[in-house]
Design a protein around this ligand. Sequence first.
Ligand code: ZN
Length: 679
Amino acid sequence: MRKNILNNVFDTPYNTAPFSKINDHDFLPAFKTAIKNAKAEIDAITKNSEAPNFKNTIEALDFSGEQLDRISSLFFNLNSAETNDDIQKIAQEVSPLLSEFSNDITLNEALFKRVKTVYNKKDELDLNVEQQTLLEKKYKSFSRNGANLSEDKKEKLRDIDKQLSQLKLKFGENVLAETNTFEMLIANEDDLSGLPEGAKEAAAQLAESKNKKGWLFTLDYPSYIPFMTYADNRKLRKKLAIASGARAFKNDALDNQNNVLKITRLRHERANLLGYKTHAHFVLEERMAETPEKVEQFLNELLEKAKPAAKSEFENLEDFAKKLDAIDKLQKWDSSYYSEKLKQKLFDLDDEKLKPYFKLENVINGAFTVANKLFDLHFEEIHNIDTYHDDVLTYKVTDNKGDLVSIFYADFFPRKGKRNGAWMTSFKPQSIKDGVNERPHISIVCNFTKPTKSKPSLLTFNEVTTLFHEFGHALHGMLANTTYPSLSGTSVYWDFVELPSQILENWCYQKEALELFAKHYETGEVIPMDLIEKIKASATFHEGMQTLRQISFGLLDMSWHASDSPETIKDVKAHETKAFKNTHLFPDVAENCMSTSFSHIFQGGYSSGYYSYKWAEVLDADAFEYFEEAGIFNKTVATKFKDHVLSKGGTESPMTLYKRFRGKAPEPEALLRRAGLLK
Ligand SMILES: [Zn+2]
């Protein structure tokens, strides 16, 4: 029989993944073997004749399944970055096996009994902070799934979970069906006035693909957004906007009002069953924000501070629209359109002017230089390790002493088999086992413009900040320095995980940093200061209104999930209107409802979590102020950020880590100061 490379320790430089030697068909048998081995490791813990203690139970549990985790990360990363029909088929087969395995662990009563025994003795155990966090995390992974409940309550929980998963699915199906059924066919070319050529072409192609004459627009973002931003025809903008806002709110078979009410009531019941006051209390227990009260306080404080700026931006925009087109009252369907016009007038900034200063190679080297100046990291391109595609670049990352910090992969260009967007991931986690600090293998994957024979890859400014964003996540992974794998690197609460990525974007707006790498690809000229100023000013354009909008969604989310009596809410639209009462700027549209298509919180995983977008921005603005005060390359501040945030992963409460770095809690004002909205 052929040897399956995945079942052995990799005999490769730095123990890197042997991509070129893996056959896709090795994965399924390797998964099965790894699951079997992981189960045996769990059995060894539960059958241990010694009394349960931290080492033989909690620590053993965290280090179990290492082989399975390694294979999973290789496989699912390939499925995102270089997939094919075989890999997708294997993913379908493997996914249920993996969820069955993880259910087997959470429902393993013998295992929970041992974990609980250790947990109940936690005060006598003399554990360090990281160990205390790990113990808490392991215990909660059982208790939050109902391990402490009696048999009949467990049954009830399973029943609620089953109903919830069906309702969430139905909610999503309705939104999708509503999005797909609406079409706006335009026959008269005059009605396309204002639209860029690309948007017109796409609309013509869409019409043609459905055997229709003219130009077809839908509620899909790539079709909807350009129309709302550029189309001069106000009546048609109104038609499209109202159609979008009325999704799943028409009292027909695809209506989601009842689903919203049922989902919120079941989530509440589930939280009560597990001993929590509301669903939001349940969710926020594992967040930096901690409680619904703190989230609401955060949102309301930010609202109070941002509202004057938002109001004056709104009035300016309305004035601008009145002068330009003599419109009576600014409506929701005017917002993107006039904002874009005003932005063009104020900044006259287009990507083509900026791109020559952002050659991809220069930008990567810029990111490396920033990391060197801040954290003493050295990046050296290497060619002796395997990759899954020729486009993938590989680097050895070392510290000032020359010791290995990480292996770093960068995969920049789009191709068939890679999904859209940009992300950071890892092929091997960091941990300290038996005294050996296993260094991580970190990767960033993007979809940037490919070089041609005559032109190098020149990035838009948005792509530049995307690269720095993902590189910030990568630094969080590379600098990880914890004992336990489940607390390492980016394994932190999700309202904390965007701090390292978002803060790094700030360097893209700083003269001192741009001078290091933003040089014209032909002449070598450094980007002119007036362009930098324009980039900065346009980045915070309408920040007040944007902030108010995000706060309104955050408050709506909390209004559904932090209520301790959701069964008293009968009318979705009335409830929503109440939740929006302090945040609305535009006149309400009676036939529209946000909640019935708010998939983030009713289908996806953002319930009681929508606030985290703004929360993360406040964190990065507040943290970056510290750098600005001391100098953006100040070593003392950078070292504190590395020691207290980047290297610590999820080993302690994020607020504790943050305060240790910053010397105080984050202030919402920092966000508005950065935008120039507070003096
Ligand atoms: Zn991110």
